[in-house]
Every structure is written in C-alpha cells, then in structure tokens.
Design a binder for this molecule. Structure first.
Ligand code: PMP
Length: 426
C-alpha cells in the first residue's frame, strides 16, 4: 500500500519542484511513486504507510553504520543542548580536522563546508588559484555536484567541446571544463596535448559511482597521478562517496595513489550536512584568510554536524574490520546476482558499493554503462520495492551496504534479487 505516499506526493508537487528536494528522489526513471519516509533504524527504513524496507540507499552513502546509530545519536542530542550554531570556531572543528588528517594523511589541511557540491567547487577553485591555470579535466559520467562549471559530461564523442548539461548554465561557465573518458588514457593525453600548460587539475571519482559503479582499471589512477605531476597540474580525488567507505583512508588508501586534493562528503558528516576539501598545506595555504582564494560559509563546521561526523569516524577507526565485513557482504551479493542471471547482467562491485547493469557488455565507462536496458532496471527495481528492498531508483547510482546489514538481511535480499531476476523476461 502506498496511499499516504501518493497523497503526500500530490501535495508536494504543488509547492516543491517535481515534489522533491533532489531530482532522483522523484522515481521518474522507474515510473513509480516515491515513498515518503518517516523513520529509519539500523538496516530498516519505514514509509508513511508503515511499509518496512531493508535499505540499500543509506541516504546515498552516509549511512555506513546504518540508521540512527545509538552512539552517534546520543552525542548529537548532547550537542543540541549546547546550541545549534555559533558562527564562531569550535573545538569540534579542530578535532574533526585532526581526525581527517590522521585517517586521510594527504589531507594535511582541510576546510569544512556543508555539502559535497561545495567541497568540489571549492577544491577546483583552490587548484586554479594554486596553479594559476583555468582548465580542468573531468570524466564523462562522473558527478561532482551541481555547481555550474562541473555540470558537463559532453555530447557523445565530443571530447573537446564542453556543453553544459543543465539549462541555466552559460556555455562560458563550462568552457574551461574538458571532458575525457573514464578508463581511457588516450583521451586524457589528447586533452593535455591540445591544451599545453593550461590544465589546472584532473578531477575524478576514483571509483565512479554516479554512472552506476565503475571501477578504475589497473594502472588508470596511477596514470592520472603521473600525467598531472608531469604537467604541473593537480590531481583531485572526489571521494564524496568513496571516502571512509572503501577503506578508512578512502580510495587513495585502497589503491595506494595519493592525490593533491581530496573532497569528502556523506560519511564525514555522519548523516548531517558536511563536506570537506583539503590537501597539502602548500596548496591549502591559498585559501582565505591565509591566501587569495576566497571561500566561506555561515554554517560551515556546524557543531551538530561535526559531532555526528567525529563520532562516526571514531567508531570506524576503532573497528577497522568493518571494511572486511562490508567487502564480504558485497561479494556475496554480487555473486548471488551473477549466479541467478549469468551472462545477461553485469555486476560491478567493490567493497560495499554495487551495481547491477542489464547489459552483456563489460561496464568500464559511461558508454558501456549507458548500454544497460533501463526498462529492465525499472522492472527489477519495482520488484525489489514491492518485496521490501529499497534500492536506488536509477540505474546510474550505487547500491550501498552498511555495517548493520545482517547475514539474515543479506540472505533475504539475495533471495528476493534472485526472484526479481527470474521474474524478468530477458
Ligand atoms: N561528488 C560525488 C562523487 C557525489 O557522489 C556527490 C553526490 N552524490 C557530490 C559530489 C555532491 O554532493 P552533495 O550532493 O552533498 O552536494
């Protein structure tokens, strides 16, 4: 039953664009009514009609400890009693910056902001300020938030033209955003060659998770490290998803490749709005008030959000086996889907990130990801939803596992996924 969700959606559409405050929540790609949620605890989430789901959206990534972890909630409640925001420096910000530097050593100096979008926008500004160059290279299919200059994925095959994806973004704002193909070294080399001395930075999701999950091929991240270094450009890892998820030290620890700048979001805020960007002191010294690159925020370093972030990171730090557990669960789930669907699907999985693509092609870049049959995905999604499994309402997102998905949850989910795949005519 989805009576209340339907009613709320109708009301929402009157006063909120598309009825939602972030587009993918509208379930447009899967042709269903979005579920309006009212509570979540552990691995479960409940909608307004009292339907219970095992949740694999996990708020799009922050929920690595599951929902409403009692340790985090306790600290947040205590912090609330001390006031919600001061607009002045706090001890918590110092503690969080210290923790970030300890767990992600390349982030010697970091600045807190309130979202991943802000973190990336600011990191790019820092890179431009530091190098004195304007152009950046991003990869088709990688998402770095909705700031004007990054809303570009370029038309098919048009690697050197930079067309904004969104109305309202002047072409002038994206002319310095060059687009290469993920896992394609030649496309990156070509851009460096045709723009000599002009590239401030290459920005990449070290594991792409916004075209579904796409892993970097052997040596690709190392190649990006080398080519940026050799051209006096910076390498920016957007670890908004992978940070504290692939490993305590993020993808850079997992793959042993150290970027110049890193952006964080999601887990670093423990479920509250935080983003962070940081890197070597020499680069971060450019940021105001130390240097000429301006960046600011009324609620930056908010005491409630930093409390949730610190507590979450401390829990992860004290239990590093969490990453082994997550990997084992991710592998089990991937195997269940492969066993059930064989050659008819492609499953990309790394740690607690997973995507099922309805294509026979190996998925290694945007083009192959886009070859997935979206109608089949929508049917698959609908079956899971109707059977109590809440996953991303779009092919081009990841499935997120948390530490509180029990063996039983995973077993139940694998069985429903198998049934879902068997129910599809393909
Ligand atoms: N970078 C990446 C890799 C992301 O996945 C996202 C959001 N999913 C962002 C940046 C933007 O973060 P936010 O939605 O917090 O602005």
């Amino acid at each position: 039953m989805e009576t209340k969700s339907k009613e709320l959606f109708e009301r929402a559409k009157k006063h909120i664009p598309g009825g939602v405050n972030s587009p993918v929540r509208a379930f447009q790609a899967v042709g269903r009514t979005p579920r309006f949620m009212k509570a979540a605890k552990g691995s479960r989430i409940w909608d307004e009609d009292e339907n219970e789901f095992i949740d694999y959206v996990c708020s799009w990534g922050p929920g690595i400890l599951g929902h409403a972890d009692p340790r985090v909630i306790k600290k947040v409640k205590e912090a609330c009693d001390l006031g919600l925001t001061y607009g002045a420096p706090t001890q918590k910000e110092v503690e969080l910056a210290e923790l970030i530097a300890e767990l992600v050593p390349s982030m010697e100096v970091s600045r807190l902001v309130s979202s991943g979008t802000e973190a990336v926008m600011s990191a790019v500004r820092a890179a431009r300020g530091y190098t004195g160059k304007d152009k950046i290279i991003k990869f088709r299919g990688c998402y770095h938030g909705h700031s004007d200059g990054l809303l570009v994925k370029a038309g098919s095959g048009a690697l050197t033209t930079s067309v904004p994806d969104s109305a309202g973004v002047p072409a002038d704002y994206t002319k310095n955003t060059l687009v290469a193909e993920f896992n394609d070294r030649d496309s990156v080399e070509a851009l460096f060659q045709s723009n000599p001395g002009e590239i401030a930075a290459v920005i990449v999701e070290p594991v792409a998770a916004n075209m579904g999950v796409v892993l970097p091929e052997e040596g690709f991240l190392e190649f990006l490290r080398d080519i940026t270094k050799n051209n006096d450009s910076l390498l920016i890892f957007d670890e908004v998803i992978t940070g504290f998820r692939l490993a305590l030290g993020g993808a850079q620890e997992y793959f042993h490749v150290t970027p110049d700048l890193t952006t964080l979001g999601k887990i670093v805020g423990g479920g509250m709005p935080i983003g962070a960007y940081g890197g070597k002191r020499e680069i971060m010294q450019m940021i105001s008030p130390d240097g000429p690159v301006y960046q600011a925020g009324t609620l930056s370093g908010n005491p409630i959000a930093t409390t949730a972030g610190i507590e979450t990171l401390k829990i992860l730090k004290e239990d590093p086996d969490i990453y082994k557990r997550l990997e084992a669960r991710g592998e089990k789930m991937a195997q269940a889907v492969r066993d059930a669907a064989g050659e008819r699907v492609r499953v990309n999985q790394i740690g607690s990130l997973l995507s099922v693509f309805f294509t026979k092609n190996e998925v290694r870049d945007y083009e192959s990801a886009a070859s997935s049959d979206l109608e089949l995905y929508a049917e698959y999604f609908g079956y899971l939803l109707d059977h109590g499994i809440y996953t991303a309402p779009s092919q081009f997102e990841a499935m997120f596992l948390s530490d509180v998905h029990t063996e039983e949850d995973i077993e139940t989910t694998c069985q429903i996924m198998r049934d879902a795949l068997c129910s599809l005519r393909f």
